[in-house]
Design a protein around this ligand. Structure first.
Ligand SMILES: *Cc1c(COP(=O)(O)O)cnc(C)c1O
Length: 219
């Protein structure tokens, strides 16, 4: 099941679009199955949960952190993850930078954009991304590689399109500024129900869980 799902999605994705298997709540064995079917990047929302799967699978795949990272988990996160897709505050940037420096590592990050300007969600508002980048530009062990957004949840993915469009606009504008040490290479948008729309609007990373592993029992 997982194997067929992975193969079907990989065949469907246009060249240049990377698939992150969003693995929250899945067992290490399920995640290993996905890796063996061709998944190259695993996305995890919780450091503790990632650890179990990481211990089984290790560096055969890349690991992306896609949840809200608490500062007190940054140290452990740096040990596991190749990229943190959800950088959303200066304080977190400072902590990640310090922990990466301690390990002599440079960690790739995406800036999480709160494209829906939702109070209950994390992320930088679209109009604040530029000043946020200036605030974190001094952190030498962080490599800024693009943007990530969730966007509001809708039954009909067409309703998500404006939020993807807005995030892509920010992405292009930042790119055109050619800021030092800011690379706008990755745009991570779209989940099971919205990834097709997200790709149409310029996503080159999609994060898919349900369509790979089946429905979750809880979130
Ligand atoms: C769970 C999750 C996904 C995947 O969601 P599905 O609807 O199961 O595809 C993608 N991104 C993030 C940040 C998630 O937490």
């Amino acid at each position: 099941m997982i194997e067929e799902n992975v193969k079907r999605i990989l065949e469907e994705l246009p060249p240049g679009v990377q698939l992150v298997a969003a693995a929250k709540t899945r067992t290490p064995e399920e995640i290993l199955q996905a890796a063996e079917a061709g998944i190259l990047i695993i996305g995890q929302n919780y450091v503790q949960e990632a650890l179990a799967a990481f211990n089984l699978i290790g560096h055969r795949v890349k690991w992306h952190f896609i949840g809200h990272l608490q500062r007190n988990k940054a140290k452990k996160a740096i040990e596991i993850f190749d990229m943190i897709e959800t950088l959303d505050s200066v304080e977190l940037a400072r902590e990640i930078d310090k922990r990466s420096n301690n390990r002599d590592k440079i960690i790739s990050v995406l800036i999480e954009v709160n494209s829906g300007r939702e109070k209950q969600k994390f992320g930088i508002f679209p109009e604040e991304v530029e000043s946020f980048l200036q605030e974190i530009s001094g952190f030498k062990n962080i490599k800024i590689q693009g943007l990530m957004t969730m966007g509001p949840m809708f039954g009909d993915p067409e309703n998500a399109r404006p939020y993807f469009v807005e995030t892509k606009k920010v992405f292009e504008r930042i790119k055109s500024l050619d800021l030092p040490d800011v690379e706008m290479k990755y745009l991570s948008m779209g989940m099971t129900n919205s990834y097709r729309v997200a790709i149409e609007e310029g996503a080159n990373i999609v994060r898919i869980g349900t369509k790979i592993f089946g429905p979750r029992e809880y979130d």
